[in-house]
Design a protein. Structure first.
Length: 431
């Protein structure tokens, strides 16, 4: 468990001031369980049957075996999501993010979450077997996570490119229209300044936060998936993920988290199936990003290790190698809080961890559903961790793994699907 240095004590205070009372105390430690099994729609995972023994080196040989089977199924046309950056992947990405937000918000800020409770909650989204065509009648409402994600996508579609002024104004207008979506106190201050006619530089309000240090929360990361859908090159994904995040999160610890999340979605859209290669790709990019002077300075000021995201990616690899990892261990090593460095790596771990079946979760749930269930079970900032994990999983597995009844339970699911299809039409020019 990481020690509470002076910097991290200040971080706890930062959380209370920046994100409001509902988010206080989210750096929590939870009781343990392992990710569960799944067969339906798993693109070949079910062929593996019981958990393979973990021998050998790398990031987990059994996961690599599962990936190899899935790769063969995908190559044979059985994967469902189609080619890289397919329409199915675009739709799955935004639908998965919406599901994570809506389902996860039910447990937000709970320091521990009981797996049985989560299973009962999601099972209530399933149609009644005795009533064909039935679905949950109670709507699950989205939070600021989805509100900001939609504003980002709407800006990209309106301008057919990244436009910082338009995007900043859409963020602020979205907050003014519906201020009760769960926004933190810090970002509300930014939005109010952006709404002022005196604001000439849309990046200045975020830079001014916390005595000029900026915020390192996960708000930039939670909404960033649309950047990965709009831009196909690594360079553009990194550039515009950073610029979109800096509108509200000026600390490198905040915007680097958004870049990491955007890169994870980008790789998932390609159909990247090797866990080891997935992590190595992310690690290579993050080690380079975290070597710049600002990133080094920001980490040092908080009393953190150098390259905090890179170190957590390495820890993900270590956790994936282990035969059994409790939720408590995951939260201790990766976090479940509202800081980007305590949630983005966790979301990535949830996605990779749940590629492999496990008997703890019924086999009636597919890989995407299992990812959401597991991420919510970690407690803490459940809606944001689940929305990020859902975006990655949805981009990887496609819309085929998003149950219709689950979608229909979520507020705004039809609009979300229209946005995904519009993004694909506007930005995915090539076949």
């Amino acid at each position: 468990m990481r020690s509470k240095s002076k910097g991290l004590v200040e971080f706890n205070q930062h959380c209370r001031t920046s994100f409001g009372p509902k988010h206080a105390g989210l750096r929590l430690r939870a009781a343990g369980w392992c990710c569960g099994s799944g067969a339906r729609g798993d693109g070949g995972e079910a062929l593996l049957g019981a958990r393979a023994s973990r021998t050998g080196s790398g990031f987990g040989s059994s996961r690599m075996a599962a990936a190899a089977v899935a790769a063969a199924m995908t190559a044979a046309g059985c994967g469902g999501a189609g080619a890289a950056r397919s329409l199915s992947r675009f739709r799955g990405c935004l639908a998965g993010a919406l599901l994570g937000d809506c389902v996860g918000s039910f447990y937000e800020a709970h320091d521990t979450v009981n797996l049985t409770s989560v299973l009962h909650h999601v099972q209530s989204l399933e149609p009644d077997p005795g009533s064909p065509g039935s679905a949950r009648t109670e709507t699950l409402y989205y939070t600021d996570d989805t509100a900001m994600s939609r504003a980002l996508v709407q800006s990209l579609l309106s301008k057919e490119a990244f436009d910082e002024v338009d995007m900043a104004h859409r963020f602020a207008q979205e907050y003014r229209k519906e201020p009760d979506r769960g926004y933190g106190a810090g970002v509300i201050t930014v939005f109010k300044k952006l709404l002022s006619p005196k604001c000439r530089d849309v990046y200045e309000p975020a830079r001014a936060q916390f005595n000029g240090k900026g915020s390192y929360g996960n708000g930039g990361a939670m909404r960033v998936a649309g950047i990965s859908l709009a831009y196909s090159s690594i360079q553009d994904v990194q550039k515009f993920a950073r610029l979109s995040a800096q509108l509200t999160h000026a600390s490198s610890l905040g915007y680097n988290g958004a870049i990491l999340q955007a890169l994870a979605v980008h790789l998932a859209l390609q159909g990247e199936l090797s866990t080891e290669h997935f992590l190595q790709q992310l690690l290579g990019h993050m080690e380079e990003l975290e070597s710049d002077a600002q990133s080094v300075s920001d980490a040092k000021e908080l009393g953190m290790e150098e390259r905090p995201y890179s170190s957590r990616l390495k820890k993900i690899g270590e956790l994936l190698e282990q035969d059994s990892v409790t939720r408590e261990e995951v939260v201790s090593e990766l976090g479940n809080g509202i800081a980007a460095f305590e949630s983005v790596p966790t979301a990535i771990y949830c996605f990779l961890r749940c590629m492999e079946p496990d008997p703890e979760i019924p086999s009636t749930f597919n890989s995407l559903q299992r990812t959401l269930i597991y991420s919510i079970s970690l407690g803490g900032d459940t809606d944001t961790i689940a929305t990020m994990a859902g975006a990655i999983a949805g981009a990887y597995y496609g819309i085929e793994q998003v149950p219709e009844s689950w979608q229909q339970s979520c507020e705004g699911y039809e609009e979300t699907d229209i946005l995904a299809q519009s993004l694909h039409r506007v930005f995915q020019k090539s076949p």
